[in-house]
Write a protein that binds this ligand. Sequence first.
Ligand SMILES: *Cc1c(COP(=O)(O)O)cnc(C)c1O
Length: 421
Amino acid sequence: MKKTFVTLDQLREITQEYPTPFHLYHEKGIRENIRQLKKAFAWNEGFKEYFAVKATPNPAILQILKEEAAGVDCSSLTELMLADLVGFSGQEIMFASNVTPEEDFILARKLNATIILDDITDIDYLEKVAGIPETIGCRYNPGGLFVINNEIMDTPNEAKYGFTREQLTEGFKRLQHKGVKHFGLHAFLASNTVANEYYPNLAKVLFETAVELKNETGAHIEFIDLSGGIGIPYHPEQQPADIFDVGERVRTVYEKVLIPAGMGDVKLYTELGRFMLGPYGCLVATAIHEKHIHKEYIGLDACAANLMRPAMYGAYHHITVMGKENEPYHHKYDITGGLCENNDKFAIDRMLPKIDIGDLLVIHDTGAHGFAMGYNYNGKLRSAEVLLKEDGSFELIRRAETPADYFATFDVINSFVSKLF
Ligand SMILES: *Cc1c(COP(=O)(O)O)cnc(C)c1O
């Protein structure tokens, strides 16, 4: 059974100050996890995790990761601004975007971020808008299917990202002409994979390609970026990835492919988002409605606007009814939000203890791609974010939106907004 990182007593204390719904983050879990990751890859001298900001774009969370010596992986202007505000700079910022607007590249260059180009046409475009740096990375898309143990993990041939293999050679040569001295290679071929084999398989593809590129172009490959993609066990029956096993297997491939090629100085980077934060956040909501029609429904004060994954991907998120962990799971419910969309369901046909109005529900594993994917459909407001600190105290790290926030962008219609506020 999945356990919550927060107790009912703690939640009662928090909800006295900050009403539900809110996303709650677990500082201790976040810190312990990144320390494990760093240990698992400590064999590589240049190893660095660049946390994918899009997963949890909150400065308090980024600050914790910064204290643990992580960098950040940004993909837009505002993510770069956020990184800058938290105090990340230069080598601590990776910029891996696609379909990139001019101002994004300009800011990335100004912050001296390491840029990963998504497309061969980005070379001339970047040169024109912001200039080519001495160190740059290219994102690789090998096409085809990405298969591990005869199982299709994902479909790179359908993915919009990256250079083809031929474009990499061509791109490296063009970049060398434009003064690039140090290269990086990046790929993201499968998402949310708990299989320990994902990184080692990806590493093999990238390492072999790096050796080829070095032989073809003479380029100095400074880093290889394994990007994101390590998954988390959303379902209680899934096993988490064993990060030490992953690290050791990547090491084996490194020693087999890169070291014999005289490339034992290549730094390994990761841009994990889900693995870093997913299990260390949850959405806390209150049961505010029950409905008995053709099925049994429990309605929450949270909705898909606070957590989109179930509606968008049919994703499983485990649910704990706080204080009833040991009661029999005899009731079959659909747990819903209040959007006028029938896919606004956190769970369908879920066996749970009997839920009463006012019960606190914890929706697990929302620490990454949870709050971040929120939206304002149906005029629903984004929730607060609260940090449960290592000493057991808690801190509001983002207030809940108010109607004034919702109406703020109508400030162009002065008469309208001044009537309201
Ligand atoms: C989304 C993304 C990540 C993080 O992915 P996770 O699945 O959260 O680990 C890393 N790098 C890039 C370029 C991404 O787009």
